[in-house]
Design a protein around this ligand. Structure first.
Ligand SMILES: CC(C)(COP(=O)(O)OP(=O)(O)OC[C@H]1O[C@@H](n2cnc3c(N)ncnc32)[C@H](O)[C@@H]1OP(=O)(O)O)[C@@H](O)C(=O)NCCC(=O)NCCS
Length: 181
């Protein structure tokens, strides 16, 4: 019998397809290069690490058995893999912690991050049977803060001076969105 919590889920938006991450298709040197690009990981703790195909494979394989999910973000127009989005799922508490990475910097600022984000939050809070979606980012990550605001998430706390960014203490802010009703 299939377990619905691990059934593959493909999400389609106006300009994107979010497909379950498939190593054969998506685990590429280009993906590894995103994580080794200091601009891309500027606000992420990934900035302290050096990434390889092997380290990325270890991360992506962690999603193979569910219930957490990792989607590759593909642009419909040209099929390009422009980023990834994942939901760490705590099924017992009905919680999902979501993070997005648009790795192709040429694709920044076109609304793809928000589009993927809304698709995943929408699915999690309906068919995904999640009660509360949470996310967090450094306060200076203006684009990510905007995505959390524009997806109608609410403030869910913050940690003062939690990380060091460019030698200065940096707050981390959290947001949440609850299932309707
Ligand atoms: C953060 C990130 C996902 C944003 O994705 P994106 O596709 O470029 O963002 P969008 O185009 O959907 O823009 C969302 C909002 O942020 C704003 N924005 C985008 N880039 C911005 C920038 N560099 N500075 C300020 N605001 C920015 C947009 O204007 C938009 O707000 P608006 O509609 O009010 O104008 C992307 O930059 C990224 O993946 N960065 C690296 C990884 C990361 O930081 N992930 C977040 C941690 S979970």
């Amino acid at each position: 019998m299939s377990d619905a919590s691990t059934d593959p889920v493909i999400l389609t938006t106006e300009r994107l397809t979010l497909r379950p991450f498939d190593a054969a298709r998506h685990l590429t040197p280009g993906y590894v290069a995103w994580l080794n690009d200091p601009e891309v990981v500027r606000y992420s703790e990934q900035r302290h690490k050096s990434h390889t195909l092997e380290s990325c494979r270890a991360f992506t394989e962690g999603f193979d058995q569910g219930p957490s999910r990792l989607w590759a973000i593909e642009r419909l127009e040209d099929g390009a893999h422009i980023g990834n989005i994942h939901a760490d799922i705590d099924a017992r508490n009905g919680l999902a912690d979501v993070a997005v990475l648009i790795g192709d910097r040429d694709a920044w600022g076109h609304g793809y991050g928000l589009e993927a984000w809304n698709a995943v939050l929408g699915w999690l809070l309906t068919d995904g049977e999640i009660r509360k979606v949470v996310a967090g980012c450094m306060k200076s990550n203006v684009a990510m803060v905007r995505i959390m605001q524009k997806s109608a998430m609410s403030p869910d706390g913050e940690r003062k001076a939690h990380f060091i960014l460019d030698g200065q203490p940096e707050d981390i802010v959290f947001c949440a969105k609850f299932r309707a009703g």
